[in-house]
Design a binder for this molecule. Sequence first.
Ligand code: ATP
Ligand code: MG
Length: 254
Amino acid sequence: MKIIAIANFKGGVGKTTTAINLAAGLKNKGKKVLLIDIDPQANLTQSLGIEEFKHDIYSVVRKEAMGEETNLSEALVKASGLDVIPASLDLASAELELASVYGREHILSQLIGPLTGYDFVFIDCPPSMGMLTINALVASDYILIPLQAEFLPLKGARSFLKHFKLIQKLNKNVKLLGLVLTKYDERKKMNRQIKKELAVEFLPEKVFATQIRVNIALATAQERGTHIFDHNPHSNGAVDYADLTDEFLERMNP
Ligand SMILES: Nc1ncnc2c1ncn2[C@@H]1O[C@H](COP(=O)(O)OP(=O)(O)OP(=O)(O)O)[C@@H](O)[C@H]1O
Ligand SMILES: [Mg+2]
């Protein structure tokens, strides 16, 4: 089982879209995948149309932090054929509550530890470096960074990578899986330029060859509460996320 955090401090760069559609792509390839929403905005949960649940990541994290008996599967729900641990706005309190807990960086890692039966676990992070993101990075084997090919998102990714070095002190095993360009438009000069810069600035093997093109169907799928393969399997979004899935699997099993 490999655990992958999908993270970037910059908001709106396609973290949640990538978590959902890469997970769906992997499921189409027969892989068992779990999605964990640790963003208090709960976009992943909402984008999969999950509205009713008894427990969520917050209730489980809270119990674990208080030393109570619990496990992640208490909060497991199925949506569009995917296994999901949902989040709700309540999760916003976790940032503060965890601040005074001993071993607070390791709560999520302890919860994921006993899980079995999955090939991949994806953690959809909020766009900030709080205790929730730190928990995700400490629990993960890899970090995947979605990124728009524009100036400010690139700055966001650089700043993220600086913090990543600090995280490696807490979790020596975590590796950068790579950067994925999202909302990519080859016609935009800035997009082409940033793509070139990325290959120079980072090792070329750290930038995914697959780019996710701008595609309105990806946004519509989220509105409809499902993934792109369900909503429109012939869209550019579906083609790109299927390509990303293949490249992801190659990178995981070279
Ligand atoms: N390739 C794409 N083409 C068009 N729209 C996209 C694409 N990828 C994502 N979007 C849309 O952009 C918006 C932001 O995407 P998403 O929620 O995945 O970003 P995020 O990084 O998770 O944001 P946040 O930081 O707020 O969690 C959403 O409305 C989504 O539907
Ligand atoms: Mg998101």
